[in-house]
Design a protein around this ligand. Structure first.
Ligand code: HEM
Length: 208
């Protein structure tokens, strides 16, 4: 923010910034950064609560990228075709708006064995990576317009989910399963019904 305001005030700045541009930029960071990360944490917790055995393994340190494969906060990537091309025998004319359905792509049985299943161990080997060069795994998109917040988001997810898993057991009312249905409505793949769960602390905060 300091840098943006300094640039705004600097009459000799190479790039001229208006206050409206600064406001839009900050709003974009909040919209693109907060909603997505919150949705990713909620879905990861929902899958972990439904799979106590995996919850236990995670406590013993398994990576949490799997929930981003099953529940990417952004279901679609958008691109504009800059030249005539052919994809799977479809002619795509220059200037066509193309939507890439990463939700379906990351559940494609040709790419993943048992694609609907929550199997974090899948990511323990070398089978995928986070930079979007592996086009089977694209929660953060790819290329020049790929998510600039991917590494911040990944650190945030690891730290938050790590703390939620390490410090609490999570109970769902009457032993019910957390709801895995998404509405498909909303910016970041909202839950069909909210996840009612109760944290039970593992540590006695009053014990030294
Ligand atoms: C789990 C968390 C997040 C997910 C899953 C996510 C996902 C995405 C995806 C799929 C795109 C579009 C990429 C493409 O079209 O190739 C995107 C763009 C973007 N993301 Fe994220 N994001 C997350 C967190 C963040 C955070 C923490 C920030 C910033 C602090 C952020 C800032 C942005 C911005 C500014 C864009 C637009 C980039 C552009 O159009 O050039 N995102 N994000």
């Amino acid at each position: 923010m300091d840098i943006l305001l300094e640039t705004y005030k600097d009459a000799d700045a190479e790039v001229k910034l208006t206050r409206d541009q600064i406001k839009n930029f900050v709003m974009e960071l909040f919209m693109a950064g907060v909603d997505t990360t919150v949705a990713a944490i909620r879905w990861a917790m929902e899958e972990l609560i439904n799979h106590p055995n995996i919850f236990k393994i995670l406590r013993e340190e398994i990576d949490s990228v799997e929930s981003l494969r099953l529940h990417p906060p952004s279901h679609f990537l958008r691109r504009l075709s800059n030249k005539d091309s052919k994809i799977n025998n479809f002619d795509i004319q220059k200037g066509t708006r193309v939507f890439i359905n990463v939700y379906m792509l990351m559940r494609d049985p040709n790419c993943y064995k048992e694609p609907e299943k929550f199997v974090p161990e899948l990511f323990l080997g070398n089978c995928t990576e986070m930079k979007g060069r592996d086009f089977h795994y694209l929660p953060f998109g790819s290329g020049r317009r790929g998510c600039p917040g991917a590494s911040l988001a990944t650190s945030l997810l690891h730290a938050t989910i790590g703390a939620l898993v390490q410090c609490f057991d999570w109970k769902v009312k009457d032993g019910e399963k957390a709801d895995t249905e998404a509405t498909g409505i909303g910016y970041s793949g909202a839950f069909a019904s909210p996840l009612p769960c109760y944290p039970i602390t593992r540590f006695d905060p009053f014990q030294e």
